[in-house]
Design a binder for this molecule. Structure first.
Ligand SMILES: Cc1ncc(COP(=O)(O)O)c(C=O)c1O
Length: 266
């Protein structure tokens, strides 16, 4: 209905804060119905698609763009995939023009990340990312937080603070949490009643925690800390206790510990 109403030349499917599985074939059907191109922007979920834990738009959409450094853990960059008929035009639009000389160190970083993504451990990692997001979201709900769409199918949770914490905009929560070592970001929510600069939600993802080896239990501990701090962002004693808990969690799951992060998941 929307495609027919707008009659677009191109439909873009892909989102920065969407916690559910994207049904690329349905969007393709809408594009086909109005003779529009379909570009699937899988920036966030490239790794989940590569691991086979999210449906793939490759072979469905006309164009697929992805990030190489989010859920797929390679050097920073982008990927464009397309049907053969568009390949020469895409290549010509990238170089010369948008892209200059290659950054060879980053090409190496991408090669290493892609090689890792071909290993069976990467599928285990991607599944754990999703299980961890579910655990984080469930525990936040137990603490009275509202999740947009009431849960998550992927690597992120989007929390709408308006009902549970009407006097705490997302930015206040973001800053209070950053203070104690938890990094997430303020985010608009559907039907936003504040503004894009002062939004009512927070968005949290699990790919980096999972790389450290966090499991569901650890993610529930993270949710407990988030809840305590967002409930009382100005309470110094709670801030001190929460910072100590974050430090303890990080000590339990050190960033650099050989390849233990992946093998722990198995
Ligand atoms: C939907 C979407 N597309 C594209 C991008 C750009 O990604 P990057 O420039 O990090 O590859 C983002 C960033 O988060 C995104 O959310």
């Amino acid at each position: 209905e929307q495609a027919e109403a707008f009659d677009p030349d191109i439909i873009v499917s892909g989102y920065s804060a969407y916690p559910r599985e994207v049904e690329f074939d349905r969007i393709q059907a809408a594009a086909d119905a109005v003779d529009a191109y379909h570009l699937a922007d899988i920036a966030h979920i490239t790794g989940l698609v590569a691991a086979g834990v999210h449906q793939s738009p490759v072979g469905v959409a006309d164009f697929v763009t992805g990030s190489t450094h989010k859920t797929i853990r390679a050097g920073r960059g982008g990927i464009i995939m397309c049907d053969e008929e568009y390949a020469d035009d895409i290549d010509a639009s990238v170089f010369p023009g948008a892209q200059g000389g290659p950054l060879m160190h980053n090409v190496a970083g991408k090669a290493v990340g892609f090689a890792e993504a071909l290993e069976p451990e990467f599928e285990a990692y991607a599944r754990q990312v999703i299980d961890n997001a579910a655990a984080l979201g469930d525990r936040l709900q137990e603490h009275g937080f509202s999740l947009v769409s009431d849960g998550t199918d992927n690597h992120l949770v989007l929390v709408d603070l308006r009902e549970s914490h009407p006097d705490t905009p997302g930015g206040v929560a973001e800053e209070a949490l950053e203070e104690i070592g938890i990094v997430l970001n303020k985010n608009t929510v559907p039907g936003e009643t504040r503004s894009a600069f002062n939004p009512s939600g927070i968005r949290a993802g699990t790919p980096a925690l999972t790389t450290r080896g966090f499991d569901e239990g650890a993610c529930r501990r993270v949710a407990d800390v988030i809840a305590r701090v967002v409930d009382s962002p100005d309470d110094d004693e709670i801030t001190r206790e929460a910072a100590a808990e974050v430090e303890a969690l990080c000590a339990d799951y050190p960033l650099y510990d050989g390849d233990a992060a992946i093998t722990d998941i198995e």
